[in-house]
Write a protein that binds this ligand. Structure first.
Ligand SMILES: [Fe+2]
Ligand SMILES: [Fe+2]
Length: 177
């Protein structure tokens, strides 16, 4: 039975699409920031591979936002700047720090997508399939980060915690506003 304060299924799905669109938007900006610094470096091609996948994720959620008339988060201009800054600053610290950023971000997104897929169950099969497919690629990104020495970054634990916590706050905000 629906309780007072519960949100409708439509609003619940809208929140999911809103936050996923925001997350993929932010992810695309993080990789753009990394490429601005490291694009010509040894990891340039690897980062471009991940950036291309993020561009497709963003494209799919942009289409969903339009098709289902979901209001995008008002925070997009902020994620535009914050995402790029996060990518560029960690990249400026070095390739391993950029990869540590990727691990922290993709861990947060993996947990977020996993929770969404569980919540969706058998409703919204198209959305659920999209989430599962993208989650597999986010895990690929995280594993690329680990394979490129993310954990050897000086201060990895702190850097990871700060970025991962920041992502979780960004997710909470982007669901609602
Ligand atoms: Fe993505
Ligand atoms: Fe990703």
């Amino acid at each position: 039975m629906r309780q007072p304060g519960d949100i409708s299924d439509t609003e619940r799905t809208a929140r999911m699409i809103r936050v996923d669109h925001a997350g993929e938007y932010g992810a695309a900006r993080i990789y753009a920031g990394q490429l601005a610094v490291l694009g010509r470096g040894a990891t340039g091609a690897t980062i471009r591979h991940m950036a291309a996948q993020e561009a497709r994720h963003l494209h799919v959620f942009s289409d969903m936002i339009a098709d289902r008339r979901v209001r995008p988060t008002v925070l997009l201009p902020f994620w535009h700047l914050a995402g790029f800054a996060l990518g560029a600053i960690t990249a400026a610290l070095g390739e391993k720090a950029a990869m540590a950023c990727t691990v922290a971000v993709e861990d947060a997104i993996d947990a977020h997508y996993r929770a969404q897929a569980d919540e969706l169950g058998v409703t919204e099969p198209e959305l659920k399939n999209t989430i599962e497919e993208f989650r597999a690629e986010e895990l690929e990104h995280r594993n690329i980060g680990l394979a490129h020495g993310a954990e050897q970054t000086p201060g990895y634990g702190l850097l990871y915690q700060a970025i991962n916590a920041g992502c979780r706050v960004a997710i909470k905000l982007s669901e609602r506003v």
